[in-house]
Design a protein around this ligand. Sequence first.
Ligand code: SF4
Length: 359
Amino acid sequence: MLSTPKKRSFFTRELLHWNARFNHRDMPWKHEKDPYKIWLSEIILQQTRVEQGREYYNRFVHAYPTVEQLAVAKDDDVYKLWEGLGYYSRCKNLLHTAREIVNKYAGVFPKTYEEIIQLKGIGPYTAAAIASFAFQLPYAVLDGNVMRILSRYFGISTAIDSTEGKKELATLANSLLDTDAPGIYNQAIMDFGATICKPKQPVCTNCLLAENCTAFANVEQQAYPVKEKKVKQSSRWMYYFIAGNKDNYFIRKRTEKDIWFQLHEFVLIETNNKKSIAQILKLNAYKQLMPSTASITNTSEVYTHKLTHQILHIVFVEARLQAGTKLDGYQLTARSQLKKLAFPKILSLYVEKMGKTIT
Ligand code: SF4
């Protein structure tokens, strides 16, 4: 096996060779030079699979072809377009940054890495992607995929979530970058991670890097990347009362700094452990909110929705309320209006299932 300087130059050369000859991965934003569209695609792709992201990217580019058009859009319309993608803080930052580009940079996307990374919602990975794809600046992308490839190929046993590991990998990633074609190199390594050096089943038999790959030589592909911490997940139990009558439901917009920010929801009673509906009806939180005359007509099974740090257990309770009922903090909203508002996907799916479509 090669020593490190040769191993590094072999890596870059063979990666670019693979890209030129064998990389057929196609995506609508590939080869895009407009920084606005590159930024849009990168924000959509954070925490989202390419297949799902593709559809949303096309929708956004169609609805808002320029950063100026996104900047003047109504928040509710943008959240509605984002509905179903999850991690809604991305949408909030998207709007904030579009408006900042218009107000501070007169609608012209900033052209330096230092300015790009100052924008809200843009970390080192996204800044490197925009800087290299749009402006050919020499910044190497480094995310979980790139860390996995480098850890395997170089046999790096420093934990990638430690400060030391992050530093080591950042230095290594920058030393491998082809500074004459940083955009092509960055796209190549991202595509390589998605199609060859995949997390679960890397295609080592088809890999041009195999002859110098440490993990492959030691049959240790699954041992890399090394991680220090396990992600802790907390459990939340969310009891959603779909309360109202057949034409109107009580809803509100979520405005707390929490999941689903700015999305709408039905009447919520939340606990941190499982409870029966009989127990829920005895809680003060329920009694203070709902009238004693509410009649429960149906209770759903438990739906589980996993986020990075949280597991949501969601139960839907259909409840009929008497005419004239008012609920603190919630607005009675006509069913026909609901489809115009953005809801968390799991809520709109359940209501669809009830035959009362809101999407
Ligand atoms: S040989 Fe396998 S583990 Fe090594 S870089 Fe190629 S795909 Fe990844």
